[in-house]
Design a protein around this ligand. Structure first.
Ligand SMILES: Cc1ncc(COP(=O)(O)O)c(C=O)c1O
Length: 386
């Protein structure tokens, strides 16, 4: 008997996985594939973090911790907010989670009533709508484009808000576009949420990976905002499965109860490793890598534009360029498949990020070094006969 829950019908796979499978097949046949579809840093986790985790394992720190995480790690995250953003976030409001994914699960488990509707940007991070669906909430798309830098505005929010709308989730910097919200923009969105008695969640997973300015944290815009973050991207710990969430005070006990039941606690060795993430020597290394990401972006954006891709939004952060490829092809999914076969360049088609003109866009991740990016640009130039 095969009878999965009805929600499974609404949960889609990542389309890029199909491309990835084909990329691996081609690699097995000896083809050289340039991976620009990957949404994780290519750098290894900094050594102070891995050393701290290994030492913790060797000294037997392998039992459960508190459900909301090690008190000293919550304290270290609180100190990080003070040092980096000059904002006071008490450790008691911080929950350590299983990545930003764990934070999203806990937030929606805590807030989403069956049938409640949640405003999400389209394009946006695809797992959001699936996590929401898992908790019987409903995604409500706000189509966003280059005219608003692929971010929602207060006007768009008012236009889309319905009586059944429970809240808004945004990301800054965003995936797939890398665009940022200013503090004034975050405050204006928060205001509309408050006017409507709605919740406001801000995903700051790409903080630290911004190249002109430091992204402002939504923690500065009110203590009623849910702020999600992760050790995955800036701290380059994707596989460690560790993140955190800043929770509005009234919900602390609710999230703690959920964490106790859903996960027991985040990984203990990963938490001990993360204690070294805020050490000056780790931050110094991460800042060197941040400069390298910037160098890659500054190389890749003009190189792609020269070929005929258009970078229509300001890619101020993350490690993605979301390019308009409509001058080059009718459908980005077909294009992505053909590029992989004929050039060995793997990229993610817009289809993975929503239903707002996905055929027009393709995402290139600069999670590979400049020499490989140059090779990719050369192959793409040849393919398009430039
Ligand atoms: C916008 C965004 N949020 C959340 C996540 C989840 O990341 P993790 O669970 O590794 O922290 C990702 C991963 O790519 C992402 O791009």
């Amino acid at each position: 008997m095969y009878r999965p829950a009805q929600r499974l019908a609404d949960i889609e796979p990542f389309h890029v996985v199909e491309l990835l499978t084909r990329a691996r097949q081609l690699e097995a046949e000896g083809r050289d594939i340039i991976h620009m579809e990957v949404g994780e840093p290519d750098f290894p986790t900094p050594e102070p973090i891995t050393n701290a985790a290994v030492n913790a394992i060797k000294s037997g720190k392998t039992k459960y911790t508190e459900a909301l995480g090690l008190p000293e790690l919550r304290q270290a995250i609180s100190a990080f907010y003070h040092k980096r953003y000059g904002v006071s976030v008490p450790a008691s409001r911080i929950a350590v989670t299983n990545g930003a994914s764990g934070a999203l699960n806990l937030a929606f488990a805590c807030l989403a009533d069956p049938g409640s509707e949640w405003l999400l940007t389209d394009p946006g991070y695809p797992c959001n709508r699936h996590i929401l669906r898992t908790f019987d909430g409903r995604p409500q798309n706000i189509p966003v484009g280059p005219e608003t830098n692929f971010q929602p505005t207060p006007e768009l929010l008012r236009q889309h808000w319905k009586p059944s709308t429970a809240g808004l989730l945004v990301a800054s910097p965003a995936n797939p576009t890398g665009t940022l919200l200013t503090l004034a923009e975050i405050e204006a969105l928060a205001e509309v949420c408050r006017e409507n008695n709605g919740h406001f969640l801000v995903d700051e997973i790409y903080h630290g990976l911004t190249y002109e300015i430091d992204a402002p944290t939504a923690c500065s815009a009110g203590d009623d905002i849910w702020v999600l973050n992760s050790f995955s991207k800036y701290f380059q710990m994707t596989g460690w499965r560790l993140g955190w969430m800043v929770i509005p005070e009234p919900y602390l006990r609710d999230v703690e109860k959920l964490a106790q039941n859903l996960t027991l606690c985040p990984s203990t060795p990963a938490q001990y490793g993360a204690l070294a993430a805020f050490e000056p020597e780790t931050i110094a290394l991460l800042e060197i890598r941040r400069a390298e990401f910037r160098r890659r972006r500054d190389f890749l954006a003009p190189a792609l534009e020269q070929i005929g891709f258009r970078v229509t939004a300001r890619p101020e952060g993350a490690f993605y360029l979301y390019c308009d490829c409509s001058a080059l092809a009718d459908d980005s999914y077909t294009l992505a498949k053909d590029l992989l076969e004929k050039t060995g360049v793997a990229a993610t088609p817009g289809l993975d990020f929503g239903s707002n003109e996905p055929e027009k866009y393709i995402r290139f991740a600069y999670t590979t070094d400049v020499a490989r990016l140059a090779e990719a640009a050369e192959r793409l130039s040849r393919y398009f006969g430039r």
